[in-house]
Design a protein around this ligand. Structure first.
Ligand SMILES: Nc1ncnc2c1ncn2[C@@H]1O[C@H](COP(=O)(O)OP(=O)(O)OP(=O)(O)O)[C@@H](O)[C@H]1O
Ligand SMILES: [Mg+2]
Length: 255
């Protein structure tokens, strides 16, 4: 199953969610691949795997095949295709290419069967890199930061998902919405939660990810928080989230 993590709003926890959900699933013996589609390459760095010569951009420019671009991380069962700064150029280099929206889908097919889950991290835009990730995916997972304006951009994102469904990938489903950086002491967090749950109902994950400084420290060590500090509240939240994620994907298979 291929899942894109997207939200065009910056800094909402996309990368943190990709890295820790992927690690949690790898630790229970699922085979997991993370594809970093963000030219900021934060998820590559957070997992400690970064090699611009093997980045997904080199796959798009046909310098390497996708299976050659896969790098093993130090975490068993967790592989990565890294990004690099040059990936930003793909947006305009391919602007006139009529197949540009199928950029990733064309390559990803040959590795699908090697993994239980492929997570795609995207940049904070709704440009080509995010759209082509959605076109290649079965599902989208949206992290929403519990802050003022958090829900404002969501309607545009939902419209974009609908447009992708109508025109490019009719299979795309909304996996769910994860509330991140939740602060129990802040009434704004509970207000955002209330609004999100009222509007998106069961699509919102039961578990919120709390604001937790350990989650923000971990990337500087090149380690997912779950490996850096398993006991911290952030890691425990991502483990709970991974369980819920599995339940949701079972439901999908059952349907
Ligand atoms: N639950 C959390 N508690 C505390 N800090 C967090 C939490 N989640 C993420 N952070 C930190 O907040 C910042 C933004 O998170 P992250 O990089 O995951 O967001 P993003 O949506 O991927 O950002 P971008 O849009 O730039 O790609 C990072 O410094 C990260 O370490
Ligand atoms: Mg990111």
């Amino acid at each position: 199953m291929i899942i894109t993590i997207a939200n065009q709003k910056g800094g909402v926890g996309k990368t943190t969610t990709v890295v820790n959900l992927a690690t949690a699933l790898a630790s229970i013996d699922k085979k997991v691949l993370v594809i970093d589609m963000d030219p900021q390459y934060n998820s590559s760095m957070s997992i400690g795997v970064y090699n611009p010569k093997l980045s997904i951009y080199r796959v798009f420019s046909n310098e390497v095949k996708i299976n050659q671009a896969i790098q093993k991380s130090q975490i068993p069962n967790l592989d990565v295709i890294s990004a690099c700064e040059d990936l930003a150029a793909a947006e305009y280099e391919l602007a006139d290419d009529e197949n540009r929206n199928y950029l990733l889908k064309g390559h990803i097919n040959s590795v699908i069967n090697d993994y239980d889950y492929i997570f795609i991290d995207t940049p904070p835009t709704l440009g080509l890199l995010t759209i082509s990730s959605l076109v290649a995916s079965d599902e989208i997972l949206i992290p929403v930061q519990c802050e003022f304006f958090a829900l404002e951009g969501l309607s545009k994102l939902i419209k974009t998902i609908d447009a992708v469904k109508t025109n490019l990938n009719s299979n795309l489903k909304l996996n769910g919405i994860v509330l991140t950086m939740y602060d129990r002491r802040n009434s704004l967090s509970s207000l955002i939660e209330k609004e999100a749950r009222e509007y998106f109902e069961a699509k919102v994950y039961k578990f919120n990810v709390p604001r937790n400084v350990r989650l923000s420290e971990a990337p500087s060590h090149g380690l997912p928080a779950i490996i850096y500090d398993l006991k911290c509240s952030g890691s425990q939240a991502y483990i709970a989230l991974a369980k819920e994620f599995l339940e949701r994907s079972m439901d999908q298979i059952g349907k």
